[in-house]
Design a protein around this ligand. Structure first.
Ligand code: TYD
Length: 210
């Protein structure tokens, strides 16, 4: 079994790529479990709501980081480790790299502090592969606004940050991927969904994950 994480700016197409991979795993009779952060457990879903809603008290940066980590600790212990132990693949929409990118890169918390809190929350559990769907900030904004206009959803607290924030987030994702090329796969999110899926499957074969 494998633990795969999908990362990228909002609107980068994580969900569609995850759905395509789920279909492939189903065809191969591989059991998988799809989950997300923040969230993935009842407590995590409550924390998600606290962090992302725009009404209500806004956490300061360090409190925000700790809330993401609290959700993560619960998620790893109650869901991710047990699933992996029972031989099920786990596909997770965002994980530790998002805290490094959004709270470290975006909110300027020291990266080493974020990494130690990540390690504490996860008990050092690392994904087998983190897939980054890299997208420009302009395109991410365009897609988010298109999505909002279509389904009437408002931007959440993180999405409504300035472009300069999202620029730092993007650079942090790219920096993390560059520092660990074995553990990361970077895909150009501007490519059509089918091409992205083929590139993902090819990379999973090359790395003997699939
Ligand atoms: P996501 O579920 O991708 O958003 P949506 O459902 O709106 O597409 O992620 C929720 C937001 O939380 C996203 O803007 C990124 C942010 N986030 C962090 O800032 N730090 C973290 O550690 C995680 C996991 C997410």
């Amino acid at each position: 079994m494998s633990f795969l994480v999908f990362e990228g700016l909002d609107g980068s197409g994580k969900s569609s790529l995850m759905v395509a991979l789920e279909q492939e795993l189903q065809n191969k009779n591989i059991s998988f479990y799809r989950t997300r952060e923040p969230g993935g457990t009842p407590l995590g879903d409550e924390i998600r709501n606290m962090i992302l809603r725009k009404e209500g008290p806004a956490p300061v940066s360090r409190a925000e980081l700790l809330l993401y980590e609290a959700s993560r600790a619960q998620h790893v212990e109650q869901i991710i480790r047990p699933k992996l132990a029972s031989g099920v693949w786990v596909l997770c929409d965002r994980f530790t790299a998002s805290s490094v990118a959004f709270q470290g890169g975006g909110r300027d918390i020291s990266e080493s502090d974020v990494v130690s809190l990540n390690n504490f929350a996860t008990g050092n559990l690392k994904p087998d592969l983190t897939i980054l769907l890299d997208l420009s900030v302009e395109e991410s904004r365009r897609r988010r606004q298109g999505r909002g206009a279509q389904n009437g959803e408002e931007e959440d607290r993180i999405e409504s940050e300035a472009d300069s924030f999202h620029e730092k987030v993007r650079l942090s994702f790219l920096k993390q991927a560059k520092a660990d090329s074995k553990g990361w796969l970077v895909l150009n999110a501007q490519e059509p969904p089918q091409v992205l899926f083929q590139q993902l499957v090819q990379a999973l074969h090359e790395r003997k994950i699939l």
